[in-house]
Design a protein around this ligand. Structure first.
Ligand code: ATP
Ligand code: MG
Length: 428
């Protein structure tokens, strides 16, 4: 009887060897980008106490209401697989006293978990690159983070990403506005869908970004939060927009842009694309001046963003900009008595002598013909050949695998020099 093969959990993807090179290239670029702006990496646990997310993200958000992977461990403690990075980052900063140094700039990258309906661009395990800056209240740091993302698109060769931006004002201004909005929406109760009716009681601001056509019509006539900002938030927003204009970053003020998370204040922004269908938001962020104190830390303004790596990689692919796989520089063909042992030692000497060399050594024997086939399939640019003849004469064969070219016979020192050239001249 055939055994049933176990499949991966739905919505949780393997990243296969043909995908990981592009991921690695993007991750390296992100690391480099963060470093270039003075952000330091923080590595956080994947599991946190459920209470952390309930408090920081908010009871009435989609994430906490229906998307969290929550379980009891063997001690009966309620734990959750992190659905996002900000909560854990703030928790760690408070716990380790990192916020006593003002102007902390941090970044992280890793898997997040949400129990959503899996579809293109929406998974149950996905990856975020996130940055957070603490203790800096001014719009300069909001602008910095937006410039950082703009630079990322440029470095990846991505075009056509659209920056939408809004201000949610102070918590007080939002509370007043909330009352206005609820009054207005009550007047159109009949036209609201079930989801929006429920949100009217719990989280009315989220109705603003409802995807329901009829609700959207109602919302079009609603009072706008932007028209009811407190004076300080308005000035903050105006300065941020001026900074973006000065830096040459195009933006679209979208008064309906609200974030699902309760702790946002003032700036919110999203980078979207129309190349990925319904899941078009690649990066989202904003200011959350109230969260640190709310979680028991010193009052500390903060701003950050998170970028979805699956969506970024999908966008790179759709734009024909996926970073290329780095093929081996050379494949070592070994045929004949004693060549496999000599070959291993030779390969180690070559790797020591040529830093950066990507060298695959033939394993498992095989005829010259079979090994050249494997060499070809490996994508290597060159074959190094060690047969019985070469072993006896202390020489090596060196043959180009791409395009024309005869096999040369070289001594080891000359081979090392040639390999240096291959490694440093980039793709042949
Ligand atoms: P959406 O409206 O698409 O559900 P969100 O508001 O829940 O997004 P955030 O919590 O702001 O998303 O997360 C930041 C980014 O992380 C998103 O812009 C997106 O790129 C990515 N992201 C969020 N949820 C998922 C998911 N389930 N699968 C893949 N990427 C995701
Ligand atoms: Mg979501």
């Amino acid at each position: 009887m055939a055994k049933q093969r176990i499949q991966a959990v739905r919505g949780m993807n393997d990243l296969l060897p043909e995908q990981t090179p592009a991921w690695q290239a993007v991750e390296a670029l992100l690391r480099d980008l963060a470093q270039g702006y003075g952000y330091a990496e923080i590595r956080l646990p994947i599991v946190e106490k459920t209470e952390l997310f309930r408090r920081s993200i908010g009871e009435v958000t989609d994430i906490v209401e229906k998307e969290m992977y929550t379980f009891e461990d063997r001690n009966g403690e309620r734990l959750t697989l992190r659905p996002e990075g900000t909560a854990g980052c703030v928790r760690a900063c408070i716990q380790h006293g990192l916020l006593h140094t003002p102007g902390r700039r941090l970044w992280y990258l890793g898997p997040m978990f949400r129990h959503e309906r899996p579809q293109k661009g929406r998974y149950r395990q996905f990856h975020q690159f996130g940055v957070e800056a603490f203790g800096l209240p001014g719009p300069d740091i909001d602008a910095e983070q937006i410039l950082m993302t703009a630079r990322l698109w440029q470095r990846l060769g991505l075009e056509g990403l659209r920056l939408e931006i809004n201000s949610l004002g102070s918590p007080e201004a939002r509370r007043d506005y909330r009352r206005l909005l609820v009054d207005y929406l009550r007047g159109h109760y009949q036209r609201l869908d079930e989801d929006s009716r429920r949100r009217l009681e719990t989280n009315p601001l989220r109705i603003l970004d409802s995807k329901h056509p009829e609700v959207q019509e109602v919302v079009a006539g609603a009072p706008r939060l932007l028209d009811h900002l407190d004076a300080e938030s308005r000035a903050h927003f105006e300065t941020l927009l001026a900074l973006l204009r000065e830096a040459g970053v195009d933006y679209h003020v979208n008064p309906r842009l609200v974030r699902g998370l309760d702790y946002y204040t003032r700036t919110v922004f999203e980078w979207t694309t129309d190349r990925l269908g319904a899941q078009g938001t690649v990066c989202a962020g904003g200011r959350y001046d109230g969260l640190v104190a709310y979680l028991g830390g010193p009052p500390t303004p903060a701003v950050g963003f998170a970028l979805g790596l699956e969506r970024l990689l999908a966008l790179l692919e759709a734009s024909g900009r996926l970073p290329e796989t780095e093929a081996p520089h050379a494949y070592l063909v070994l045929a004949g008595e004693g060549t496999d042992r000599a070959g291993l030692a030779l390969a180690e000497r070559l790797r020591s002598a040529v830093p950066g060399l990507r060298l695959v050594v033939n394993a498992g024997g095989g005829s010259f013909k079979a090994q050249f086939k494997r060499a070809d399939r490996s994508g290597a640019a060159w074959a190094i050949v060690l047969g019985e003849g070469e072993l006896a004469s202390g020489t090596l064969g060196f043959k180009p695998l791409r395009g024309e070219g005869e096999q040369e016979t070289l001594d080891e020192a000359t081979l090392v020099a040639r390999l240096h050239q291959v490694v440093h001249s980039g793709p042949a």
